[in-house]
Design a protein around this ligand. Structure first.
Ligand SMILES: Nc1ncnc2c1ncn2[C@@H]1O[C@H](COP(=O)(O)OP(=O)(O)O)[C@@H](O)[C@H]1O
Ligand SMILES: [Mg+2]
Length: 330
């Protein structure tokens, strides 16, 4: 028996929409995630159906009699609070974080401000608005430095710079995706990622995954299309380090008010083994080969059980409904 065991009656979940595709740059990955989730839920007896918000308006969910949604969308609109807000208005419970946590987590700069304020470790950074400010950030933060858009995913628009002459191109690339460009101290060390499941005091970190990319270059190509990237779970890290990464991932999650599930990306600095939070993904990849399912399996949770468990946790933002009840004088 694992600590995540849960008995769920699939029939009681009603007609379920698996939201997939959408209009973000991560559409293709979302289609794969969504198909995986759809098959898993059906295999567990759930009355689940695909629904692509790029192909029909969300208000159709009500017309088609859906009772709840599994959000398998990634990136803009699907992961940033927009779809979550629409589902709040429709009154349809959905998986994962609510409007505010989704929206903050999508914004790397906002996220880092909160983590820094709460004393959580995240690399030093500057928010820059021009190539000149980017070069100034390099002078202040030191080389190497990562330049990336604040609100993107999948390593899109990201450059590692070491010399001032590289700043103009790096800035322009990032600014193509987002006017808010983040310059961040580069952390040389081990790349890890740690999923968290649950809500509030019941939230738990899953086993850490250590990622080993060819030449340490973990870009979009390597992430999705290269077989030579290695994922280690168990991580192979000393137990004390694994526990520390989990502790930080859990605090990062709770601090933002995440719920349901998320996955924190954490670099462990080689020279002193200090973990640094890069970001937290509130709607992570969910294909059978994705990282959260891999870590869940190591904790004894099958892919199908993970999907069912996330769906069973679908909810609306509790405080809004509490306020509604209070105003109605209940
Ligand atoms: N400050 C940093 N130090 C070292 N590597 C970084 C840093 N920022 C990003 N990276 C690398 O780039 C990848 C993508 O960055 P991340 O911040 O997770 O954004 P996203 O996954 O949303 O594109 C990371 O997984 C890591 O390999
Ligand atoms: Mg990431």
């Amino acid at each position: 028996m694992s600590q995540f065991d849960l008995k769920i009656d699939a029939a009681s979940l009603g007609r379920v929409a698996v939201l997939l595709g959408g209009d973000s740059s991560e559409r293709e990955i979302s289609l794969m995630s969504g198909q995986g989730v759809l098959q898993a839920l059906r295999a567990r007896g759930v009355d689940a159906h695909a629904f692509d918000p790029a192909q029909q308006p969300l208000c159709e969910l009500k017309n088609q009699g859906f009772a709840r949604c599994f959000i398998a969308l990634h990136g803009r609109h699907g992961e940033d609070g927009a779809v979550q807000g629409a589902l709040e208005l429709l009154g349809l419970p959905y998986t994962g974080s609510g409007v505010m946590a989704s929206s903050i987590a999508m914004d790397k700069i906002m996220t880092k401000r909160i983590w820094r304020f709460e004393g959580l470790p995240t690399p030093d950074w500057r928010l820059v608005a021009s190539a000149e400010e980017c070069a100034q950030a390099l002078a202040e933060l030191g080389a190497p430095m990562i330049v990336k858009p604040s609100r993107e995913g999948s390593t899109i628009g990201l450059t590692k710079v070491t010399r001032p002459e590289e700043c103009a191109q790096a800035y322009q690339l990032a600014a193509r995706y987002d006017p808010e460009v983040l310059c961040e101290q580069f952390i040389a060390g081990d790349e890890t990622t740690c999923p968290v499941l649950g809500q509030g005091a019941d939230a738990r970190a899953l086993p850490v995954i250590r990622i080993e990319a060819p030449q340490g270059n973990y870009d979009y190509q390597n992430k999705y299309f290269n077989d030579s990237t290695q994922y280690h779970c168990p991580s192979g890290l000393p137990e004390a380090e694994e526990r520390e990464i989990q502790r930080i991932a859990l605090r990062a999650y709770r601090t933002l008010g995440c719920r349901g599930w998320a996955r924190a990306d954490i670099m462990v600095r080689a020279r002193d083994r200090q973990p640094f939070l890069l970001e937290i993904n509130t709607s992570p990849g969910m294909t059978g080969h994705s990282l959260v399912p891999m870590s869940a399996r190591a904790a004894g949770i099958s892919y199908e059980d993970l999907c069912l468990r996330l769906l069973a946790g679908a909810s609306l933002d509790a405080w809004q409904h509490q306020a509604d009840r209070a105003m109605a004088g209940a």
